[in-house]
Design a protein around this ligand. Structure first.
Ligand code: ZN
Length: 337
């Protein structure tokens, strides 16, 4: 079984984005936004020609699926707007999962808003897990969208979210949204910066002493971290911080690195037990690599080509995800998988 730990509903029916646009217009005095009805057939056709088609073509089985990350837009409006938008996005993911329970399992967007506490975030996480059956969440370390006004992820500001994650036994993927700072391209710079930044924040404080069972996935192959592993080891040493292997009790990386040399390096540096298969399809990079003739984000190919044992590949393809997402493991076991 191949579990893709990183997929977003980037192809949602247009009514969703129309609702968002109306919501943004309402901030400038327009009428209250109303989400137009979306039929099951519209949901089906939005997936059959995209994520489901690629699952079948690439031979992956289940995608851990969340709302489109770049559209979370936590910097827009206020926490009430963010909560309304998040609810619509998460409810749509729940409908996808209901229509295709063998292909998708839900991960929640959170109604974050710059400078606002986490009450709504905690409530929505609880709703998504206990009522919608979701198995994790995407946590944005920078709700300001590229201006980095939030405290580091190790700050007690975030503790209410972590307490709920621990209570529900769900991990978070550290995932920023769009950049409203023109200096940072969203998927090319802001995403990778955030992945790298989150890891450095984890080095600098004792978050996992406080929350020993808290788990984070750093997407996009961990940003710059694996490539600069020696820098981070050296910094931790100079700062008299614990060795990085301690962080690897709580921090995981996906395989959303879109070339073979990158995956080779990732798996040479990061232990297999900390790597979860992910593709982020249909997402940041949608084209075909002319040097291989395959989609850049067809990441299964790169993993298959690694000089690893079948057992190690199985860990990357499914077992690690089942360990990091115990609620997914429970669902699969119930189905005899
Ligand atoms: Zn993503």
């Amino acid at each position: 079984m191949i579990i893709d730990c990183h997929g977003h509903y980037t192809t949602a029916p247009p009514q969703l984005q129309q609702f968002r646009q109306a919501q943004i217009a309402s901030l400038k005095g327009g009428p209250k936004a109303i989400l137009a009805g979306i039929s099951n057939d519209e949901i089906r056709s939005s997936l059959e020609s995209a994520q489901l088609k690629f699952q079948r073509e690439r031979g992956t089985d289940m995608t851990i699926f969340s709302p489109r990350a770049s559209a979370m837009g936590h910097h827009i409006g206020n926490d009430e707007i963010s909560a309304e938008w998040t609810l619509a996005c998460n409810d749509l993911i729940a409908r996808v999962v209901k229509l295709y329970p063998d292909n998708f399992v839900g991960v929640a967007q959170l109604p974050q808003s710059p400078g606002v506490g986490n009450d709504r975030v905690v409530a929505e996480l609880e709703r998504c897990v206990t009522e919608l059956g979701f198995i994790g969440c995407n946590l944005n370390p920078d709700p300001s969208g590229g201006h980095w006004t939030a405290p580091p992820l190790t700050d007690p500001f975030w503790y209410p979210v972590y307490e709920k994650m621990v209570e529900l036994d769900v991990p978070a993927m550290v995932h920023v949204s769009a950049s409203c700072n023109p200096a940072f391209h969203a998927t090319g710079a802001h995403y990778i910066n955030a992945d790298t930044t989150a890891f450095m924040q984890f080095i600098q404080a004792d978050l996992f002493k406080e929350f020993p069972t808290l788990r984070f996935i750093i997407p996009h192959g961990g940003g710059a971290v694996p490539y600069h592993w020696g820098r981070y080891r050296g910094l931790a040493q100079d700062m008299k911080r614990p060795s990085l292997s301690e962080l690897l009790q709580n921090v995981y990386f996906d395989t959303c690195v879109y070339h073979q040399a990158g995956i080779d390096l990732l798996t040479e540096v990061i232990p297999v037990k900390n790597i979860l298969f992910g593709s982020e399809m249909v997402g940041a990079v949608r084209g075909i690599d002319p040097s291989t003739g395959h989609y850049y984000d067809d990441t299964r190919r790169y993993v298959e080509s690694l000089p690893l044992s079948d057992a190690e590949k199985k860990a990357i393809f499914s077992e690690n995800a089942r360990r990091v997402f115990p609620r997914l493991d429970a669902k699969l076991r119930k189905r005899g998988l």
